[in-house]
Design a protein around this ligand. Structure first.
Ligand SMILES: [Zn+2]
Length: 235
């Protein structure tokens, strides 16, 4: 990390404040559009980095594949009118709480973590989208605080939109949507999801997302997913 400690502490306090401030009861309503501004803010979080390489497959490290996809994606999404922030733009260590703090500090409307697996099994091919577990145990929405319930429902809507739009362009399998206990997903205060685009052990699939055609298709799919959940329209 080369950021000043003070900034990190500000991030951490920003991370903790909204959680302790939520005390309203569950509204039990359909999730509202996630944003009300003209240009949605998307935080893309390339997984791993630095001493944490993530998965490996065919000589590639997940941290490098995720960063390459995120950078290609950011350029294309910004050209379509979406404001994009990357949690990292180089090979660096970055803890999961700091990734979430970054998204909260940037007042992101949506958060998406980008990952690959290294699974060599044939059954591991395809893409998969995850959200954090429900905010409180017991699966009783009436016991959730309003903010928690709403954001989690919006996270599911965001994950479903990403999955649906990826399914329209991906030359691979839709592995569905999953629940993933994950400190960053749980601490981000806007709708948050994590996508595993494929397995690095299957380069035809994994490399396609990094090709110009794949990056273009991925950016179109994500822009459509952003529009689906926010009501935003590309200019
Ligand atoms: Zn990963």
């Amino acid at each position: 990390m080369d950021r000043p400690l003070g900034l990190i502490l500000v991030w951490l306090s920003l991370l903790l404040l909204p959680v302790s401030a939520r005390t309203v009861r569950c509204e039990d309503s359909i999730p509202a559009p996630a944003i009300q501004r003209s240009s949605p803010r998307l935080v893309l979080d390339p997984g791993h980095g630095g001493a944490d390489p993530g998965a490996h497959g065919r000589g590639r490290a997940e941290k490098d594949a995720a960063l390459a996809v995120a950078e290609a994606l950011a350029k294309r999404l910004e050209a379509q009118g979406i404001v994009v922030f990357l949690t990292r733009n180089r090979d660096q260590d970055l803890s999961k709480p700091l990734r979430a703090a970054f998204a909260n500090y940037r007042e992101a409307d949506l958060y998406l973590a980008l990952h690959f697996s290294g699974e060599p099994r044939v059954q591991a091919r395809g893409f998969e989208v995850f959200v954090a577990p429900p905010p409180l145990p017991g699966l009783d929405p009436q016991r959730w605080e309003a903010g928690q319930a709403r954001v989690w429902q919006q996270s599911r809507a965001w994950a479903e939109a990403v999955r649906r739009r990826l399914g329209e362009v991906a030359p691979t399998f839709d592995r569905g949507e999953g629940i993933l206990p994950h400190p960053a997903l749980e601490a981000v205060t806007c709708p948050a999801a994590l996508v595993e685009l494929g397995s690095l052990a299957w380069p035809d699939e994994a490399e396609w997302w990094r090709s110009p055609a794949g990056a273009e298709a991925l950016s179109r799919a994500l822009a459509a997913a952003v529009a689906d959940v926010t009501g935003w329209k590309s200019p």
